[in-house]
Structures are given as structure tokens and as C-alpha cells.
Ligand binder design. Structure first.
Ligand SMILES: Nc1ncnc2c1ncn2[C@@H]1O[C@H](COP(=O)(O)OP(=O)(O)OP(=O)(O)O)[C@@H](O)[C@H]1O
Length: 263
């Protein structure tokens, strides 16, 4: 890991249109360059709001308080260039009327200044990297011709096309069955290690995240409950809420298995 990638100081977010309760409230958090950080929390705890705040994707009219610093980038991350986003439903980020090759190549062309020909070559290399079966055929396919897991591989390839420093995966495996889920987690893990990307892995599933991330940050009701290395959070959670989350996963709550889950 290298230095601090992002520092949040008392970050607060309140959505507009008459809402007065904060979606994030006084968050202090440092994210190291190249680290794999899991953002854990129940539905509505503020996880996606954190991702949108980092990515500068909050809707107009949202009130943002506190400060965000980007020591290694020197500026807020630019969409498609400095960060890539992978969502739960790849259908929301893939264009149904463009071929897979066209949509991956577009990001590489626009942000890396490649010609279309070079961008197509890069797109096919990316499909190989995300272990898409028959990448040459997949280049000419449309999203609806692929399985959910394959679409998620394409979404990941598109998200990393411009070699971003930050990859945000927001419930990226939640809609997949457990076998494909494990494959996608392994894939993300390998890609961020190889490229030295910082990964924000947003999930409600502490057991899934604990198998591969470096640190866990637990959110509840707009607040950061605790953050720390996986081993410390699992073996000595600071809050009752985190302890309850761990206890709800029997395989994590059983001490001999904690060691088994960790790398
Ligand atoms: N665009 C929006 N406008 C108004 N309120 C919003 C908006 N998006 C989220 N919220 C509210 O902000 C709070 C935090 O939502 P957020 O989506 O960040 O939570 P989350 O932990 O990601 O939940 P989930 O796991 O269900 O996606 C919730 O109360 C939610 O209803």
C-alpha cells in the first residue's frame, strides 16, 4: 500500500427535497492507496451514499458537509478515468444496443486517447483478463445474450478500461448465485492486486467481504460504527452492532473458523 488515497473528515450528506435526516453523519475515515476496504452495513445505513460522495455522483440539491482530501491524486477522482464503478445490476451500466466490444472500447478510447483499433484490441485483452469465455465472440455479443455473471465480468472490464486508481464495487455480487459470487470476488481480488488499485467493496455480507479485504468499515444509521483490519474487527469488535453482525454469520462467529476465513 502506498500513502493515503483519500481522507474524509466529518463528512456529512443530506439528500434534498425536504429530507432532514442525514444519509451520512460526521464520517472520519482514511483510505490507503492500494487497500481493499469493505464498507459493511444494513440497507439504508449509508454505504452507497459514501460511494456516491467519493465519486462526486450525489444528486443536485444534496447538502454535503465536512471535507474530502485526495492526497495521491491531488484532485477529486474523475468518472471513468480515476475511478470505475461496478453496480449490483450490470444492466444499469451496460448499454443494451451496443456490442460488448464497443462499450468496453469506448472507455479506453475516450480516457486513454487510443484509436478505435487500439481500443478494440484493449477491450479484447480486458475480456481475457476478466476470464470471459470466448472473448473474441463476446466482443460481438450484446448484453442480453450473456448470463448475469458474464455481464458482471463485462461491467468490471468496462470499469477498469481506463486503468482507474479506485474501483468501487457496490453490491456487485449480490444478485449472483454463490458459485458465481465467489468467482467474481476472486476476479476483483486478482485485478486490484495486479493493478495496485484501491478497492471499495460495498456489501451487506460481512462474511463474503472478510474472506479477501484488508480492512472493514461498519456503517449503521448514517454513522461509521468502527473501522479496522479484518482480523481485529472479527475477533474483537468494538461495537455491539458489529458483534451482532458477526454473530449472525455462524461461520464467522465460531472462533476456530475465523482463522479459516482469513488469508
Ligand atoms: N437519491 C436519494 N434521495 C433521497 N434519499 C436517498 C437517496 N438515496 C438514498 N437515500 C436515503 O439515504 C439513506 C442511505 O441510503 P444508501 O442508499 O446510502 O444506503 P445503503 O446502505 O447503500 O442501502 P442499500 O444497501 O439498501 O443500498 C437511506 O435512508 C435512503 O433512503
Amino acid at each position: 500500500m502506498s500513502g493515503i488515497f483519500c481522507s474524509l473528515r466529518q463528512l456529512s450528506v443530506t439528500y434534498g427535497r425536504g429530507r432532514n435526516s442525514a444519509a451520512l453523519d460526521g464520517i472520519d475515515l482514511d483510505i490507503a492507496g492500494g487497500e481493499r476496504l469493505a464498507i459493511i452495513g444494513e440497507s439504508g445505513s449509508g454505504k452507497s451514499t459514501l460511494a456516491r460522495a467519493l465519486a462526486g455522483l450525489l444528486p443536485e440539491g444534496t447538502k454535503v458537509g465536512g471535507e474530502m482530501f485526495w492526497p495521491s491524486l491531488g484532485h477529486p477522482p474523475r468518472p471513468g478515468r480515476d475511478f470505475g464503478f461496478v453496480f449490483q445490476d450490470p444492466g444499469s451500466s451496460l448499454n443494451p444496443v451496443l456490442t460488448i466490444g464497443e462499450q468496453i472500447a469506448e472507455g479506453a478510447r475516450r480516457h486513454l486517447g487510443l484509436s478505435w483499433k487500439q481500443a478494440y484490441i484493449r477491450a479484447e485483452e480486458l475480456l481475457e483478463r476478466v476470464r470471459m469465455p470466448q472473448p473474441d465472440r463476446a466482443m460481438r455479443a450484446f448484453p442480453h445474450q450473456l448470463s448475469g455473471g458474464q455481464r458482471q465480468r463485462v461491467a468490471i472490464a468496462a470499469a477498469i478500461a481506463a486503468r482507474p486508481a479506485l474501483l468501487i464495487a457496490d453490491e456487485a455480487t449480490s444478485a449472483l448465485d454463490v458459485v458465481v459470487q465467489a468467482e467474481i470476488v476472486r476476479l476483483l481480488d486478482g485485478l486490484v492486486r495486479e493493478d495496485g488499485m484501491t478497492l471499495l467493496f460495498i456489501t451487506h455480507d460481512i462474511a463474503l467481504a472478510s474472506g479477501f479485504v484488508d480492512r472493514i468499515a461498519v456503517f449503521r444509521n448514517a454513522k461509521l460504527v468502527e473501522a479496522g483490519p479484518v482480523r481485529s474487527v472479527l475477533s474483537a469488535p468494538e461495537s455491539d452492532h458489529t458483534a451482532a453482525l458477526i454473530a449472525s454469520h455462524r461461520d464467522l462467529a465460531t472462533p476456530p473458523l475465523i482463522a479459516g476465513v482469513l488469508p
